[in-house]
Design a protein around this ligand. Structure first.
Ligand SMILES: N[C@@H](CCC(=O)N[C@@H](CS)C(=O)NCC(=O)O)C(=O)O
Length: 234
């Protein structure tokens, strides 16, 4: 089997989505932690590709963007669990929910992680535990990261005309839980890209206090653990 390499930031929700996908498919992969400022570790990319993570390299294939990467994995590893539903209506719903996670849910996260100075300071300690940077980059990421993210969090709230960050995430969790309803997975009996995206985003906030709001929701947390168990079993 050709080696797969994931270029990532450890606490990036889009990277955690791809990591979830790789684990669920049982694909072994190496991880390269990319420096947020220079991104020198990224493999050569075409001019029209954004210099962002995640990027996945499998043999000569270099794929960027978490949504494209999950679709690529279905094609490149046909003997593994499929994320893209065959039925057109289910597929459309799964892709719409995946886009909602990427565009709306993930957008609402920085304000609850870094919205107040207290949260930003706490985040700095959590990031120090989870990031894997060298000395200089490490200081920048652990101290500079939360400072920058605090400003980003304020901009996000303003852009979305929101003042209550935690209330906003709560509404989003309500929305996903309502879509999940009594089903095993958000699009029915079978796992799809929508589950992979949401699981990745939630894994990313697992070390933060806001994850308590996930743990306390019985149905949502049971779903989270169901997907987690599939990752471990693959
Ligand atoms: N739509 C992309 C979004 C990727 C993205 O925004 N990645 C962020 C990290 S969470 C990034 O690399 N930011 C670095 C930068 O913009 O310079 C995906 O799904 O992969």
């Amino acid at each position: 089997m050709v080696a797969a390499t994931l270029y990532q930031f450890a606490l990036c929700p889009f990277c955690n989505k791809v990591r979830a996908g790789l684990h669920l498919k049982g694909i072994a992969f190496d991880e390269i932690e990319v420096s947020p400022r220079s991104k020198v570790e990224l493999p050569p990319l075409p001019d029209d590709a954004p210099r962002k993570v995640p990027v996945l390299k499998v043999g000569d294939d270099v794929v960027w963007d978490s949504t494209r990467i999950l679709a690529f994995l279905d094609e490149a590893y046909p003997d593994t669990i499929r994320f893209t539903p065959e039925d057109p209506a289910t597929r459309a719903r799964a892709e719409a929910l995946e886009a909602w996670v990427d565009d709306t849910f993930i957008e609402s996260l920085p304000p609850v992680l870094y919205g107040t100075w207290r949260e930003a300071a706490q985040a700095s300690k959590i990031i120090a535990k989870h990031s894997r940077f060298g000395a200089t980059e490490g200081v920048m990421v652990k101290l500079g990261g939360p400072l920058i993210m605090h400003a980003v969090a304020k901009r996000i709230l303003k852009r979305n005309d929101r003042t209550d960050a935690h209330g906003w995430v709560g509404e989003n969790l309500d929305h996903f839980e309502a879509e999940l309803a009594e089903q095993a997975f958000v699009c029915g009996d079978t796992l799809s890209v929508a589950d992979v995206a949401m699981h990745g985003a939630l894994t990313c906030i697992q070390p933060f206090p806001v994850f308590e709001g996930v743990r306390s929701r019985t149905r949502l947390y049971a779903w989270f653990e169901r997907v987690e168990a599939m990752k471990l079993a693959a």
